[in-house]
Structures are given as C-alpha cells and as structure tokens.
Design a protein around this ligand. Structure first.
Ligand SMILES: NC(=O)N[C@@H](CC(=O)O)C(=O)O
Ligand SMILES: [Zn+2]
Ligand SMILES: [Zn+2]
Length: 430
C-alpha cells in the first residue's frame, strides 16, 4: 500500500512537522512517500467523534439518510458518529440497528454506530432487546430513548442494571415530560413576550439528579445528553464528588454547539429554526456551559444534528418540530466559543470533540494520539479559512441550520478514515 506524507502539518495546533500514513496507520518518517500533501498551516486533530447524531434512516429519508448524513459528518471532520434510534421503525431490535450499521459500512465515509433504544418503540414502558442489540454485528454499546426521556424511574433503574451487565452506557434525554407539556421555548421573559409556553429547566435538572442516584446505586454508567443549564452542570460536579462508591458508577455529559453559542433571545424572530429540545437558554447558562466544558465537568461536545424536512420547520412555532443541523458547523462553533475566547487550546478541542467521546463510547480506534502506530483517523483544519453558512449548500438533505448567513472562523479541509481520504479540499471523496 502507498505511503502518504502530510508536509508541515501542525498536530494539535503546535509546531509544524510531517506526518506519514501507511496501511491505515500513522508511521515513522519514510524517505520516498508515494504521495505528498502540502499541509502548510493546517492543524491536525484526531478524527472527530459525535455521540449524538440523527441520521433519520429508516423512515425519515425526506430529512436525511445514512448517505447524506455521512457526507455531512465527513465534511464536518467526523470519523465516527452515533446514530440515535428515534427512527421509523424505532431502532429497538437487532434488525433495525443492523440495517443502520450496514448502510454506514456501505457508504463508508464515517463509522456509523447505531444507538439502541432503551424501551420498545421509545414508549417508556417495556425494555427493548438490549442484549440482542449488543450481541448483533452492530455491537450496540450505547442505549437511549433520545427524543423522549426514560421517565419511569423503575424502567430507568432496570435499564441501568442491564447496561451495566452488558458493559454499555445509557444516554438519557433528561426531561420530565410532566413539566414540559406543550413547552416551546425556555421559560423566561422571551417566551412570555412571544406567548410561547415555557420549558422549565427543572424538568432537565430533576431527572439528572434522579438518574445519578439510580446509576450510583446500580454501579452503572450514565451519560447525559445535551446538557443545557448551569444547575445541570452543578449537579454533575456534586454527583462525582459525593456519589462515587467505587462500584463502577460513572456519569458523563455532552453539550451541543448550539447551547454554547446561541441563547433564548434567538427566538425573538419567531423563526422555528431556533426551536430545539432542550431549548436555547439565557446567556448565563451559555457562559456556565462554556466554563463547564473547559474545566471538564462536561466531558464532550455532541452535535444533536437533527435534520427536519421543510414542512416540519416552515410553519408557525408551536407546530414546528424541534431540532437543528449541526455536523458541518460543530467544529467552527466550538472554535468560536471555546478557542477564540481562550477557554480551550487545540489540545482541548481534541479532548472534547474526539478523545472524550471515543472513551465514553468505548471505541478503541478513535480519539487516539497523533503518533506512529495509531490508526490514521484525522481531521485537518485551516484555522484562517472563514466561510459563510448557507443551509442549501450543506450536504444534509435538510437545510435547518440556525447559523444561516453567519460567518464561521475555521474550515475543515481534509478528513481521513483509516488512511483513506473521505474529504479532500472540502470535497467528499466517494
Ligand atoms: N433535539 C431536538 O430538538 N430534536 C431531536 C430529538 C432530541 O434530541 O431530543 C430530533 O430527533 O429531532
Ligand atoms: Zn434529546
Ligand atoms: Zn437528539
């Protein structure tokens, strides 16, 4: 197999050096590479890993498919994504998770790992075939009813106990649905002025507090999806300090790029492109989430990429579906909110966008150091190439980006999956 030389690349934004790739792995310097790529000025990171993506296949192909979502992921610098199970049919059985996993392999642009549902049909009543999904070729290692909360504490306790036995993690969409009936936007002055029913942050915080207790008692691993308030972060700190009995309990959490950048004021234009679950929060929460990500309280960034067809968004606010695109804008938004502000350096970006999510999901070949002998999963970023977001120009089938017309500070130029280019010069390599 041929050897590729990446000339003058800056690993983690540090001093320029040359990297060499052969047979899908990083290798020591080679005298006569077959191909030399001029990477002058480009920053190399381990390929990004997204724990929370909605690829909409099967059943929602008018919004996204494994094909279009994989292209968006590769263009965003991702080499692995976790596909949420709120599809139609729901990914609550080996048949459906295997379908998603196979489609991911056929497309080949990014490793697609299906997340299995916790309960049958996401209905919250009966546990899904977690063991069968774990044992299937898709090797499901993360379970979630995302879109819905596992609201029943007894079901959640059983799910945590099963997950523990399977060596897997339960990713909870923390929302007490009794507190969010009809909720449209963060409960506060903006929602009140617009006449939108408020989404009480206690709905999120109370479930996180309950779940860390259940997980601690079960010695299980809990992952909190799209954490969105300062108090949620405080509960995580408290849980880690006071609840770790050394019995296998861990709690991890993700924050989305949109909760790091946008606030509830975005709803002022009454454009449902800003409708998302959990809702955009006041600036005090946004700032607290940035600090929590910087100090490690929140482990990682996950996109919650949620494509929706035009008719699901082009309507009045209460009728619109919640969710926004995220895969192609995630890294630039993390740079704008965390690097430009001095909260993280590029090593920190590698930690929150690649290493930590790979560790949480238990992926042995992702989020690895940029060193000889390691798998060649790479993202090359131009830190000086700003670009303007146009929903219609994104690879997703849907166009519901909240960043339309906004300038992003950096560009993903190349992405490599196990030594093969999936993106070169910003173009997908089929
Ligand atoms: N985040 C959202 O607003 N929507 C998600 C579901 C979810 O992540 O809860 C979706 O599937 O559209
Ligand atoms: Zn969710
Ligand atoms: Zn989601």
């Amino acid at each position: 197999m041929s050897t590729i030389k990446l000339r003058n690349v800056r690993p983690y934004g540090e001093d320029p050096t040359d990297l060499y790739v052969r047979d899908g792995v990083l290798v020591e310097a080679v005298d006569d590479p077959d191909e030399t790529v001029d990477a002058d000025g480009l920053i190399a990171l381990p390929g990004l890993v997204d724990l929370h993506t909605h690829l909409r296949e099967p059943g929602g192909e008018e919004a996204e498919t494994v094909d279009t979502g994989s292209a968006a992921a590769a263009l965003g610098g991702y080499t692995a994504v976790f596909a949420m199970p709120n599809t139609d049919p729901v990914a609550d059985s080996p048949v459906v998770v295997e379908h998603v996993w196979r489609r991911g392999r056929e497309v080949g642009l990014v490793d697609v790992h299906p997340v299995g549902a916790v309960t049958v049909g996401l209905e919250g009543a009966k546990l899904a075939e977690m063991g069968m999904m774990a044992a299937s070729p898709a090797r499901v290692r993360m379970f979630s009813d995302d879109g819905r909360c596992v609201n029943d504490p007894l079901i959640m306790r059983r799910a945590l106990e099963y997950a523990r036995a399977l060596g897997s993690v339960v990713a909870q969409h923390a929302e007490d649905h009794r507190l969010t009936i009809g909720a449209q936007a963060h409960e506060g002055p903006v929602a009140a002025r617009l006449g939108l029913t408020g989404w009480d942050p206690t709905a999120e915080e109370s479930i996180i507090a309950r779940d860390v207790m259940l997980a601690s008692a079960a010695g299980a691993r809990l992952h909190v999806c799209h954490l969105s308030t300062a108090r949620s972060a405080a509960i995580l700190r408290w849980a880690r300090e006071s609840m770790d009995a050394g019995n296998g309990f861990t709690v991890s959490a993700e924050v989305t790029p949109h909760h790091l950048l946008l606030t509830d004021a975005a709803a002022e234009d009454y454009d449902p492109v800003h409708k998302v679950n959990p809702p955009l929060r006041p600036v005090a929460d946004t700032e607290a989430l940035r600090r929590a990500l910087a100090d490690g309280t929140v482990d990682c960034v996950a996109t919650d990429h949620a494509p929706h067809a035009v008719e699901a968004k082009d309507c009045e606010w209460p009728a619109a579906r919640p969710g926004m695109l995220g895969l192609q804008t995630a890294l630039p938004v993390v740079v704008a909110t965390m690097v430009t502000t001095g909260l993280l350096d590029w090593r920190g970006v590698a930690r929150v966008c690649s290493e930590a999510p790979a560790r949480i999901a238990g992926l042995p070949d992702q989020g690895r150091p940029l060193a000889a002998g390691e798998p060649a999963n790479l993202t090359l970023v131009d830190p000086d190439a700003a670009w303007t977001v146009r929903g219609a120009a994104l690879a997703s089938r849907a166009t519901n980006t909240p960043y339309e017309g906004m300038e992003m500070p950096v560009s993903v130029v190349h992405t490599m999956l196990r030594g093969r280019w999936t993106v070169q010069d910003g173009k997908v390599q089929e």
